[in-house]
Design a protein around this ligand. Structure first.
Ligand code: BDR
Ligand code: CA
Length: 304
């Protein structure tokens, strides 16, 4: 059993990623940490708590950074809705966040079990950068660092940049520059994970889970490609990597984050030919077993 610490900004695809983690017997959730991203921190934290209650997750939830390191806040409400879960209306949470700040919780959790816990980040990397600045040894303590972020072809917020990196490029530069085993699950990979009509038909068999969460989330998950091709479950891919890395083709590369470009801030400049390769970059997804993994996990959650 692998333990994961999931840093997230729920967020529709974050919600699916949390469900995937909870329903996977291969994983134990060591904790959820929240960050400002798709919506403000108050909403990402409330959503994490609501989702924990809805799914039946019993794990610490810690709230983190409410803004990027140096830039103004950027949200993706036009994609995730004003409070982050599309049209889903979950009951007010009974769970409460722990008093610790997410940054301290990340440091303490990794310190307690060096080499054992995978850190999976599916929001802007603000908490991770702050944690690295406070305690650089977390880069040695984490078993691996799996990030949903970036792309080596095109972005989704700008032609050059993907949302999680673009929202806090300075944090991404710190996080991706640290000496851990980094796996970057960017848009080139995650756009292969589209919840097509066929996938949605499988979700429809999940009863209340589909009715109360998946359908109102995924129907609202906006964007022209999402409507035409089905929404890409970006963040679920990062959790799936932690469960089943063999479903992913990765290539070693050197990745730098552009922080100063007028048109390219937040671009992940990826050099597959660099002499010093720091990161494994995901390129191809084995789609059929990926969807089996996701629907089986959500099926287990639905039965609980
Ligand atoms: C990423 O940005 C967010 O909007 C999603 O939750 C995902 O983490 C995709 O670019
Ligand atoms: Ca996210």
């Amino acid at each position: 059993m692998k333990r994961i610490l999931l840093d997230c900004d729920p967020g529709i695809d974050d919600a699916l990623a949390i469900g995937l983690a909870h329903g996977s017997p291969e994983l134990e959730i060591a904790g959820l940490t929240t960050v400002a991203g798709n919506v403000e921190l108050e909403h990402t934290t409330a959503n994490a708590l609501k989702l924990a209650d809805f799914y039946g997750i019993d794990a610490p939830i810690a709230a983190g950074a409410d803004r990027p390191l140096v830039r103004d806040r950027l949200t993706a409400k036009h994609v995730h809705g004003p409070t982050g879960l599309g049209d889903a209306v979950l009951p007010e949470p009974e769970s409460k966040p722990i008093p610790d700040h997410a940054v301290d919780f990340i440091i303490d959790t990794l310190a307690e079990a060096p080499g054992q816990i995978s850190l999976v980040a599916v929001g802007p990397l603000t908490n991770i950068a702050l944690a690295l600045r406070k305690e650089p040894r977390i880069a040695r303590w984490a078993r691996e660092f799996v990030v949903m972020g970036g792309s080596y072809t095109r972005g989704n917020v700008t032609p050059a940049a993907e949302f999680n990196v673009h929202a806090d490029p300075e944090a991404a530069a710190v996080a991706l520059g640290a000496p851990w085993e980094t796996v970057l699950i960017g848009l080139d990979l995650t756009t292969q994970a589209r919840a097509t009509g066929e996938v949605r038909a499988r979700f429809a068999a999940l009863g209340r889970l589909d009715r109360d969460l998946l359908t109102p989330c995924l129907d609202a998950f906006a964007g022209p490609d999402a409507r035409r091709l089905g929404p890409a479950l970006h963040d679920a891919c990062a959790v799936a990597y932690a469960i089943a890395p063999h479903l992913f083709t990765t290539r070693p590369a050197h990745v730098d984050v552009e922080t100063t470009g007028r048109f390219t801030a937040g671009m992940t400049v990826t050099d597959f030919n660099a002499a010093e390769k720091t990161t494994r970059v995901a390129t191809e997804l084995d789609q059929a077993p990926f969807w089996d993994l996701v629907t089986d996990a959500l099926g287990r959650v639905a039965e609980r």
